[in-house]
Design a protein around this ligand. Structure first.
Ligand code: ADP
Ligand code: MG
Length: 348
């Protein structure tokens, strides 16, 4: 997995900036009739519909800060960079329609490497039916930087903010938590083994789910659809990029409510449990602080409980309270511990 597949290499300077843009953006398929004009002019053109709201979100990924190409294949990086943005669109209960992609690349990368990155970006666009409508291309002295902007639309009656939770609502999460962080730990460990002994073949099979969650996350478009199908309108929602604890705090602060989270309700994959035992880590801490799970955390009215009860994609993990009651974890031993944000902080 650490081998270099690019035997034929083309210098970016052989194509030049315009040549590279043309090369990367040829044969782009467009899916949305709202995309009037994509790549090729000074700006893309999107037709607006007065009856819907437009949502816009941007995320920037910097080599050495957000990813390490030592174990992150460029194709996966491209795919993940799109997911990070679509996840934010879905967290508004919106549909994702278009993206723009801006890259800063050093000449250390051959054109084939950027092709790999774009292969991942285009696969994500195809799979999630979003149109790549533009971007910017520039040079960087050393590393790779990718900034993606996503545009989406949502019915004004269906848009969901972080601020809408009521003190009687239930707290719900999609999927399971902690796997992406553990996947990173596994990959870091294998990278170190590889540096000491380049012939070592890592056995990642026992960690397949964890590694997949780290390298190939999916944004939960299906959950937005599921909630529509169940006729559940979340009262507040956020995506879990920084770990459950900091996202709960964001929801509570924005909505001016408190929360009780039950430790025994936190959904964990069996691989998370076994790997936590192996690494001597506490699975609750990992779920609370790990991050990069790209699941949706949301609140629903108590009356909606029968509609979501027993759904394998959704877990009720707690309930909101009045603001002055604070934000607490109720442990398996029934002790009450304040939740503090220990999520990922780029400035640490
Ligand atoms: P300008 O000089 O007006 O900024 P550019 O030469 O940078 O134009 O870009 C030309 C076209 O290619 C524009 O439509 C732009 O959106 C698109 N584009 C540039 N870089 C990228 C990229 N990395 N990915 C996708 N589209 C791009
Ligand atoms: Mg430009």
């Amino acid at each position: 997995m650490f081998e270099d597949k690019n035997s034929e290499k083309t210098n970016i300077s052989d194509l030049g900036e315009f040549g590279l843009i043309e090369h990367l953006t040829q044969k782009i398929k467009l899916h949305h009739k709202s995309t009037v004009l994509g790549v090729g002019d000074d700006a893309a053109v999107i037709s607006g519909d007065a009856s819907v709201l437009t949502v816009v979100t941007t995320d920037m990924l910097v080599e050495g800060v957000h990813f390490d190409l030592g174990y992150m294949p460029l194709k996966h990086l491209g795919y993940k960079a799109v997911m990070v943005n679509l996840s934010d669109v879905f967290a508004m209960n919106a549909k994702a329609n278009q993206i723009t992609v801006s890259i800063a690349v050093s000449n250390r990368f051959p054109v084939e490497a950027i092709d790999e990155l774009y292969a991942g970006i285009k696969t994500a666009c195809e799979f999630y039916k979003v149109d790549l409508i533009g971007g910017d291309t520039t040079t960087s002295p050393t590393g790779l930087i990718i900034s993606i902007t996503a545009l989406g639309t949502v019915d004004p009656k269906e848009v969901v903010y972080r601020s809408g939770a009521k003190d009687t609502d239930l707290l719900v999460v999609s999927g399971d938590l902690g796997a992406a962080y553990l996947g990173l730990q596994v990959l870091e460990r294998e990278k170190q083994v590889f540096q000491v002994n380049p012939n070592a073949q890592p056995d990642l099979e026992p960690y397949s789910y964890l590694v997949e969650r780290q390298l190939k996350p999916e944004a939960r478009k299906d959950i937005v659809q599921l909630l529509k199908d169940l006729e559940v309108q979340p009262t507040s929602m956020i995506d879990i990029s920084d770990g459950l604890s900091s996202e709960i705090i964001h929801l509570c602060k924005s909505s001016k409510v408190g929360c009780q989270l039950f430790e025994d309700k936190i959904p964990l994959d069996p691989q998370v449990i076994s790997t936590c035992e192996e690494f001597n880590m506490d699975s609750t801490t990992i779920a609370l602080s790990g991050g990069e799970d790209y699941e949706l955390l949301f609140t629903v009215k108590v009356e909606d409980y029968p509609k979501i009860k027993g759904n394998p994609n959704l877990t009720v993990i707690g309930h909101m309270t009045q603001e002055q009651e604070g934000i607490h974890l109720i442990t398996r031993a029934q002790t009450k511990i304040p939740i503090v944000a220990r999520g990922w902080n780029s400035f640490e």
